[in-house]
Design a protein around this ligand. Structure first.
Ligand code: NDP
Ligand code: 8X3
Length: 257
């Protein structure tokens, strides 16, 4: 049974990867969508594709989640139009660089902390009070296995994803006594643009991350998110960890050579 049809779902990071896969999956389920990211051309193309295939309402906005003013303006526009999201999927995020901390680039650190932690907070702060006032809502944060185990040169990315886990747990406590649900979906290796962004456009190096194994796709993660969102209102999944079968934890990854 689908409880997703007719819901309004706000997805950050909808221009690529897991966020775009969620948009496709939720459009199939009949949800109305609000899609945010920085690359407006990508969002418009995706909305045109989904609008042609499904009878759902779609709106897009160019929003950099690091820009608190822009986030607040975009959220206020939704609220003024009476479009308080039923579900917020905080997927906007990135790794930037992969070096030892003693050789790290503080610009990379800022990018990750400002996007993965402060960006997620900016969006949540702008939307959650309206969900609480309206008495309905579900926040799904995209964490990572990197928020459960550190790995060499993962340092600041690991810290942001451990932080996302703490924020999920904290939010979940802070909304106690309300009907708001808070969940985290924490994937392992998913082949998206993630590694290309992490390695600053080095496609060969990005490809090697997924070599010799069948990684997850954005669609696999979107399936899990759809499961979490589709549960009845009295059921809340706090955290799901999802990995390719070839991956057992951050370190144990079986590759065919
Ligand atoms: P992609 O690079 O394919 O997608 C990242 C998305 O985040 C893009 O839509 C990008 O859009 C958006 N984004 C990045 N920075 C900002 C910003 N400042 N403001 C608004 N949007 C932004 O990677 P994934 O889909 O894989 O990543 C999505 C989430 O999943 C991230 O939080 C990542 O940490 C997490 N994750 C990924 C895993 C993987 O192996 N791929 C595993 C575990 C977790 P745009 O550039 O247009 O702004
Ligand atoms: C992304 C997964 O293993 O590259 O969060 O950190 S990993």
């Amino acid at each position: 049974m689908s409880r997703i049809a007719g819901k309004l779902i706000l997805i950050t990071g909808a221009s690529s990867g897991i966020g775009a896969a969620c948009a496709r999956r939720f459009a199939v389920e009949g949800a109305d969508l609000v899609l945010w990211a920085r690359r407006a051309d990508r969002l418009e193309r995706l909305a045109a594709e989904l609008g042609a295939e499904h009878r759902v309402k779609l709106s897009v906005a160019q929003v950099d989640v690091r820009d608190r003013g822009a986030v607040d303006r975009a959220a206020e526009a939704l609220v003024r139009a009476g479009r308080i999201p039923d579900v917020l999927i905080n997927s906007a995020g990135l790794a930037s660089g992969m070096t030892k901390i003693q050789e790290g680039d503080p610009e990379d650190w800022d990018r990750m902390i400002d996007t993965n932690l402060k960006g997620l907070l900016n969006v949540t702060r702008a939307i959650l009070p309206h969900m609480i006032a309206r008495g309905r809502g579900h926040i799904v944060n995209i964490g990572s296995t990197a928020g459960h185990q550190t790995y060499p040169m993962g340092n600041v990315y690991n810290a942001t994803k451990f932080g996302v886990r703490a924020l999920t747990e904290g939010m979940n406590l802070d909304v106690a006594g309300t009907p708001i649900r808070v969940s985290s979906v924490d994937p392992g290796l998913v082949e998206t643009e993630f590694s290309e962004v992490r390695f600053h456009g080095d496609r060969q190096r990005a490809k090697s991350v997924y070599q010799g194994l069948q990684p997850l796709t954005g669609d696999d993660v979107a399936d899990t998110i759809a499961y979490v969102v589709n549960l009845p209102e009295h059921v809340n999944i706090l955290d799901v960890v999802i990995m390719p079968t070839a991956q057992r934890n951050v370190y144990v990854v079986h590759r065919e050579t």
